[in-house]
Design a protein around this ligand. Sequence first.
Ligand SMILES: Cc1ncc(COP(=O)(O)O)c(C=O)c1O
Length: 385
Amino acid sequence: MDISYILNELGEDRENYFNAIAPPIIQTSNFAFDTVDDLRKAFKDEMGGYLYSRGLNPTVEILRLKLAALDGAEDCLVFNNGAAATYAAVVANVKSGDHIVSVEHPYSWTKHLFDQILPRFGITTSYVDGRYIENFERAILPNTTLIYLESPTSWYFELQDLKAVAELARAEGIVTVIDNSYCTPLYQRPIELGIDIAMQTATKYIGGHSDTLGGVLCGSAEMMRKIFLSEYLCIGSGIQPFNAWLLLRGLRTLPARLDRINRSTVKVFAFLKDHPMVEGLIYPFDPSFSQYALARQQMTQAPGLLSFYTTMETAEQIEQFCNNLKAFKMAVSWGGHESLIIPKLSSMPRDLFDPTMKDHRMMRIYVGLEEPEYLINSLEQAFTS
Ligand SMILES: Cc1ncc(COP(=O)(O)O)c(C=O)c1O
């Protein structure tokens, strides 16, 4: 399906709402029925029609159709945020006594789920360096039911060979889930490579304006139905109509924003790569990146995020650099219009800073929609001030 058709037309029955270009926000919790029989039918299959907005809602339906088509998936569920989407995808596919194999640096709250919540129910997780397929082969146990991927991971940018992991998992009857937030389905196609569930935090690129949260799961109709009828309805973390509307608005400009971000990222990368105060960079489309060939093979672009190690040797210097970086806001998250920086040392007590630990001198940058020259000038000023 053509991406322009998906983003501008699919699911939009404009004749039902005065030919308005923007869809309505159906801000209702409830739907009424004319007859008991209609109500009975709705109870029988909550995925078959509108009953109550914790389940289906017409504004959300438009979003579901578009996001499923973007991923090339049969169906999609949209949650209030990415963490809720991950929670539902994982919990729906494990039971007491099961074992999960995960990449070693998943998003922090995903790791919390594996380390703190699931063990309470007798579910264990092994972490592997996902860059090598042999590590998955070795980690699989007779009770492994789920493999969790994030490619690339969002600080170290480790990739997994998605096709190889999907083939291995299918042969063993194991469900695969990937956090595909960095690439989005525009730049990486996990479902087509055989992954069962593609997750995204829509808070990032889909929303794109730092004004809403959202989370996406795409997969087979059977898998989405299974999650909908249990975790989705029970956790009650489905996206709200207004937030769904904001995500629909974000989708309209997704390709244009990502295209701009790609071009700026390459320029910021080139500036940092040669800078004397940068000791090393982690960026999947850097030709000297250790998994460059795989990155080129399974991703069509590497948008926005990159990490680097500075040569600055004191916490004060690094903090001053970040404090002086006027064009980059210091904040978590990414994917919005605004460029961001986050130094690793902000997550530890200052007196533990040790310059011999390379990670302590690490920073992650997100390149937003500003003019790239504006961003580069700001970096240069902060390096020299
Ligand atoms: C890679 C990644 N996955 C998942 C999440 C969680 O998404 P949300 O914040 O929408 O819950 C984040 C949030 O920062 C993230 O960076």
